[in-house]
Ligand binder design. Structure first.
Ligand SMILES: [Zn+2]
Length: 117
């Protein structure tokens, strides 16, 4: 007996084989960047970070506890870049975060000022 299904995964699944490699690379880069940012933020709060983190802090390559302190100081409305902190002065000058918060409020989303890690 020969059984043939009329089911088809549809055009979306068929197109997965034809996805350009650039899309996969982009998704992996975003995922890797998000994971790294979370770790770098954690190290900025860690009173005893691993040796590699201390070396990166000394070199100023990643977010240092000192550079990150202004983010958690009241009113906690600045220095949102928690990867390296390098962009914070530029973002502050351009009022990127203030404008982003205003956009969130404009669409009805609350802006938290509580302490967060
Ligand atoms: Zn923090």
């Amino acid at each position: 007996m020969c059984w043939r299904s009329s089911w088809s995964p549809g055009p979306y699944l068929w197109q997965l084989d034809q996805t350009p490699i650039g899309l996969d690379a982009f998704v992996w880069a975003v995922a890797g960047g998000a994971a790294a940012t979370n770790l770098l933020h954690r190290w900025a709060h860690d009173p005893n970070p691993p040796a590699v983190a201390r070396a990166l802090h000394r070199a100023g390559i990643v977010l240092t506890p000192k550079r990150h302190a202004s983010h958690h100081a009241p009113p906690s409305a600045a220095a949102y870049c928690v990867t390296s902190g390098w962009l914070n002065p530029l973002f502050e000058r351009w009022r990127v975060w203030t404008r982003a918060e205003a956009a969130l409020v404009a669409i009805g989303l609350p802006v938290s000022r509580g302490d967060h890690d």
